[in-house]
Write a protein that binds this ligand. Sequence first.
Ligand code: IPM
Ligand code: MG
Length: 354
Amino acid sequence: MKIAVLPGDGIGPEIVAQAAKVLEVLRSDGLKIEMEYAHLGGAGYDAEGDPFPATTERLALASDAVLLGAVGGYQYDTLPRPKRPEQGLLRIRKGLGLFANLRPALVYPELVNASTLKPELVSGLDIMILRELTGDIYFGQPRGIRTLDNGERQGFDTMLYSESEIRRVAHVGFKIAMKRNKKMCSVDKANVLDTSMFWREIVTDVAKEYPQVELSHMYVDNAAMQLVRAPKQFDVILTGNIFGDILSDEASMLTGSIGMLPSASLDENNKGLYEPCHGSAPDIAGKDIANPLATILSVAMMMRYTFAHEDIAQRIEAAVRKTLQQGLRTGDIAEAGKQKIGTAAMGDAVVAAL
Ligand code: IPM
Ligand code: MG
């Protein structure tokens, strides 16, 4: 198991260090794990002048899986766009062909009260958001800022999906639904956007190959509302890049903290990049208060999807649940007035439980 480890920026190094402890335990148990570190994002810019340095690209291409912390920081906000940390992330996703982004939103019984929604709305919630990750308005050309003949300036981007891009991610969605409750809701804006009309047509066509899956369609504005009104109506949500970006942040809050949510970004052969859904949180970086559980749970997803070790994935998830059952909490998931532990202590607790 050759794993490229990219700590990135902000809290990235601290949370990745905890996930690395978990990998070390698995290695000492006999798994053939090899870890090699490289820079991404602001760290790449600082060290090599590029948010996705060639050395990192080579390592990522040669690895079976990538473990990423997070990218971004205030000090990079004024750089020209190609040098900004986010570009490093978008380029590694595109460069490795990671088109299928799995973002589960799972409410742990111990954390029901950490959600801002009423416990009865979220208790038992288990949604899988599948976000297409290498197309859409994120990558569509042309884009830019231009000046018209009359001197008026204009910003523009292109929303664009090819049939093959929709088909391959729809297949992933239906296959995931087959392993779950066989319900998939495809989210679009087909009442306004041609791209979405086409998306809906292709998803409906792919559905014919999965007659056991109950497919529904929903406009993205309604989906945003339904997610906070009655989130348990969803099983798998399939959607494009930009809608998935927004809805997955919304869904994360159902679970109490975005600090709990792992993600997997997969290519055609289940090679994957694994990262927490949250960002680099520069305001709390270096303070040993960030929640490392999303990153540790990303390692569980790595074992499940890239290495097909369902048993190990469940072992890591069980260890995380055990630490929660013991009442251990980082600040983001602690109830007011209750005791909090730090990033490293939480990592150690998971290792002990493991
Ligand atoms: C995410 C993030 C990224 C995205 C940013 C950092 C480019 O918000 O992974 O959801 O928009 O995809
Ligand atoms: Mg996002």
